[in-house]
Ligand binder design. Structure first.
Ligand code: SAM
Length: 201
């Protein structure tokens, strides 16, 4: 995979920060009221740059993160020493209580396995909100991998195309069947859709 391994210096950190700065504004700051003083579980936490910033800036605590890539996990631990990290959803503890379940830019990378992964996840995580950033396909997976300088497009399933990944409508329909309703949706000018779901009691 074509990306610079490990955060070993502030310079590396700055480089990674540049590649996710727009997500900080669109996916976190714009939802400050939702995240402020809350706990969350983050699936596909990557290197955890945004989580570390959210902890500092609005006391949002990422209790648990899932990240299959071991280099990302090692970097994430340096930045978020109090976050428990797991390599897969299957390995999460059976019962987790949190305010917000975060899935930013990850569902598309679950390919055909997305419903299976989501079912296992929701059987373990008890939360009031689910916050999703869905990256709308803008080119092929092969093109994305060429630009993948920071390892963000890593997938576990040897996926070589986004063709079998769900659409935003598939996700909304699935979450409705498990009692989560869409309460907010925003399309960004960086080709992402951000959705907030709330559990129906
Ligand atoms: C596009 S990046 C998004 C990173 C971060 N959530 C953000 O918003 O900037 C997707 C991340 O999900 C991870 N990932 C891929 N497949 C996954 C899976 N099945 N379960 C959990 N994480 C996964 C990748 O290794 C990568 O770190």
């Amino acid at each position: 995979m074509n990306y610079t391994p490990e955060i070993t210096s502030v310079d590396y950190l700055n480089k990674f920060w540049e590649s996710c700065r727009h997500h900080w504004q669109e996916t976190w700051i714009d939802y400050q009221n939702l995240f402020e003083d809350k706990t969350c579980v983050d699936i596909g936490i990557w290197k955890g740059l945004l989580n570390a910033r959210a902890k500092k800036q609005f006391n949002c605590q990422t209790k648990i993160g899932v990240e299959p890539n071991s280099i990302h996990r090692a970097d994430c631990k340096k930045l978020n020493p109090h976050t428990k990290l797991y390599p897969s959803i299957e390995e999460l503890p059976d019962t987790i209580d949190t305010d917000i379940l975060i899935l930013h830019g990850v569902i598309r990378l679950m390919g055909t396995r997305w419903i299976q992964e989501m079912r296992i996840l929701l059987s373990k995580v008890n939360c009031k909100y689910i916050h999703i950033r869905y990256s709308n396909p803008d080119g092929s997976y092969a093109e994305k991998i060429v630009k993948n300088i920071d390892g963000r497009e890593f997938n576990k399933y040897n996926m070589d195309s986004y063709e079998k990944s769900p659409t935003t409508n598939d996700i909304i329909k699935f979450l409705n069947t498990v009692n989560f309703s869409l309460i907010n949706q925003k399309d960004t000018n960086t080709n992402n859709t951000i959705m907030t779901f709330e559990k129906q009691l």
